[in-house]
Design a protein around this ligand. Structure first.
Ligand code: E4P
Length: 218
């Protein structure tokens, strides 16, 4: 399973990249707004830190402008994945960009029908939002399961399932059980994956006993 981090904060991205476990980054207009910085500069900086796919979202809603914005974003770096919303114009943009060799992340997916359309449009990634579905008492992870099963029925679908709107470590475990290709995760949730109180307790005991031996490895 690939881990993308869901943030546009360059310091958080650097820290996570340093673990060697980060495969990509997703941003959206809300995350960019939080930084207070220039969109194109932030994205260019992220692409220098992380060599895997970096999603940058178009702001227009009509095909011609989305395409122009997508091409401009794709020109920033080879690892840009242009993010388009799951609308008619978004999927039309997806098809043209994908056929031209640009990675495309189709976002704001909330149903299996939408995911089928995105795969037919040649999306590199489909982003179903599990947390936002859960918030409406709808089974977000059930949607991930449906999409993974449907895509597996059609070997010519190459679209990867990118689990988005992740809110907890259990979303990641459940998505991995299903076999989703990627999870994009807020930094705090990614860091929380490392933690277990028994690891801390066990390590403290080992270190204390080691000290009693008076030995040194180096
Ligand atoms: C990622 O691509 C999405 O924009 C993001 O995961 C949305 O998460 P949220 O529902 O927590 O805003």
């Amino acid at each position: 399973m690939k881990f993308f981090v869901d943030t546009a904060n360059i310091d958080e991205i650097r820290d996570l990249a340093d673990t060697g476990l980060l495969d990509g980054v997703t941003t959206n207009p809300s995350l960019i707004a939080k930084t207070g910085r220039n969109f194109l500069n932030v994205v260019a900086e992220i692409c220098e830190v992380v060599k895997g796919p970096v999603s940058a979202e178009v702001a227009a809603t009509d095909f011609e402008t989305m395409l122009a914005e997508g091409r401009k974003l794709a020109g920033i770096a080879d690892n840009i994945a242009v993010k388009v919303p799951l609308t008619r114009d978004g999927l039309k943009t997806c098809k043209v960009l994908s056929e031209g060799g640009t990675m495309v992340n189709v976002t704001l997916c909330f149903s299996a029908n939408q995911a089928i359309l995105a795969a037919k449009a040649g999306a590199t990634f489909i982003s179903p939002f599990v947390g936002r579905l859960d918030d409406l008492a709808t089974d977000g992870m059930g949607l991930i399961d449906d999409i993974c099963q449907i895509y597996a029925n059609y070997p010519n679908f190459t679209t990867e399932v990118l689990v988005a709107s992740v809110r907890s470590p259990m979303h990641i475990v459940d998505a991995a059980r299903i076999g989703a290709h990627v999870a994009t995760v807020p930094p705090a949730v990614l860091w929380s994956l490392f933690n277990h109180p028994l690891t801390d307790k066990g390590l403290a005991a080992f270190l204390s006993d080691w000290e009693k031996t008076g030995q040194s490895i180096l």
